[in-house]
Design a protein around this ligand. Sequence first.
Ligand code: 48F
Length: 260
Amino acid sequence: MLDETIITKVIIQSYTKDLIDNLHSDVIIAGAGPAGLVASKFLAEAGLKTVLFERRLSIGGGMLGGGMMFNKIVVQSEAKRILDLYNIKMSEIEKNYYVADAIESVGKLTAGAIDAGAKIFNLISVEDVKIDEQFRITGAVINWTAVEMANLHVDPMTFESKCLIDATGHDLEVVSVALNKIPNSKLNTPTGQIMGELSMNAEIGEKILLETTKEVYPGLYVAGMAANACSGGQRMGPIFGGMLLSGEKVANLIIERLNS
Ligand code: 48F
């Protein structure tokens, strides 16, 4: 005999335990696109407690749809080694242009993060940051995506971490809210402000992404498209090498910081 109330009880108990176990972590990542997923794997592998919040039901962000719903992704040779780490199958249809299946890529990037020990919560949005007396960022303020979508007046809850990564993609949501709400805040960008992304140039956008991926405010890092949106880098469309390398870079910056 299956008891529906036991099914309900084990779900509630187990999910609540996950939330409580992750209240304090080393790194919180907002956004489970390719950059956030790769960062989670490397951070967790380095022994850092890593929590990732994703607004949507699905994981993978813009990677799932490939280019204009042709759900294939392209990776250049510089980033091929990262897809190889996950055993993602690729074909080199043109020299230096490796093509992979978007669903396989997202599935394996997700499994890689989870197997390394990162905790992913979907259906939760980061809506603000937590700050200390010196206005340093010390965590994330979160709420159910459903609350956000229904525009309900329901207060959020707070998770604490040593570092926070904005991997929210084009919208750069976490940095935007922080800049708005922290008095006199200046970002580590050429203007000290959010510069916004530039129109498409895959060559420049991919290259510059490794420079724009950095700590932009004490305790707050940017990775993936959010990094170019922050520092005025070009967009690059459905080539994903830069996203993977950006995830790796932000993880290395934080590993170095927290282990020093
Ligand atoms: O947009 P997304 O895939 O970001 P990314 O990792 O990769 C960018 C590429 O997909 C593509 C591109 C490549 O060349 O330009 O756009 O930089 O993933 C961002 C994820 O963050 C989630 C969003 O649902 C998506 O899955 N997200 C956005 N805002 C929030 C959030 C938020 N406030 N809280 C939690 N998740």
